[in-house]
Design a protein around this ligand. Sequence first.
Ligand code: SF4
Length: 355
Amino acid sequence: MSSKPDKTKASLISGKLLAWYDKNKRDLPWRRETDPYRVWLSEVMLQQTRVEAAIPYYRRFLEKYPDLALLAGAQESDVLKLWEGLGYYSRARHFLSAVREVRDTYGGAVPEEPDIFRSLPGVGSYTGAAVGSIAFQKPLAVVDGNVRRVLCRLFSIEGDVKKKKTEQAVQDLADLLLDRSRPGDYNQAIMELGALVCIPGKPRCGNCPVTDHCLAKAEGKAEFLPERRQKRKLPVAYLAAGLVKKDGKILVRQRTEGRLLRGLWEFPAIEVKEGEDTEVRLRDLFGPGAVVGRRVAELAHTFSHLRWEISVYEVTAFALPSGRPWLWADGGELERLAFPAVYASLVGCVKEKCT
Ligand code: SF4
């Protein structure tokens, strides 16, 4: 049964969380930063990405763009190349647009005022609260997946966490627990507890600094909270891609339409619906005289809303498209262009000439 703590109990819990954090926090590169641009970059990278995966990207990004002014002047293609493999590329595009807006409208200084900061492209309530509290010490409580899990367990909140009512109950608790004298540290403390101790599945309650206050643990249901929604089956798109070679170069195409992976490069591909013939579809893409050869690779990638399964065929084509978004790429260009993760092994293989 959930029950809202009074102010005294809330500050006892947040005090314990902060003391635990001060002793146990991981030494992460962005934790040494106070520059709002760098804090913001880390928060953008950490959305949908594990800490260990984000660290090398964060370092490389700051080597190339150590400050906001340098990034604001960058080409989108160069930024996407640095982001290659990290996924969710709209984060990078939005971050670049937002940074340019900061340069053009706010004189290059990241706005401290939460409402203004949240009006920038790609900045939602999580990023707004995280950057506001960590970089500017604003009293804004973050709620991400880790925080949601800790709070649902600590206060035994049942019900679908995606429902508005449950979401609001979690946000109210987060606001109540927030330590207003150290909001950035407090937010990081509760997220760190969720990442290291109150983990998904079986939590490590023996190592938890607030175990004495945890309702779900007392009720023996910590493992079952937060309630998981039934996972829906993802739709699958079957694609046929062509590996087309000429004079030591490979034909690639930039994705210029739609939101998915826009701006990135790919081996030209076309969707093959149930009942359609793969060779016919590849000739739709490369022209009626195209000859479809052997299948050289099977690739797959799961996005949050869709799964791609791609069969790659050698194709000899005679009337090929030219000009943007098409490009005959040599080894150097394959190195320079940004490809989505699903094509990474094939790009490597083509560069090594192993197909
Ligand atoms: Fe999570 Fe266990 Fe701590 Fe409760 S006692 S907050 S379930 S780690």
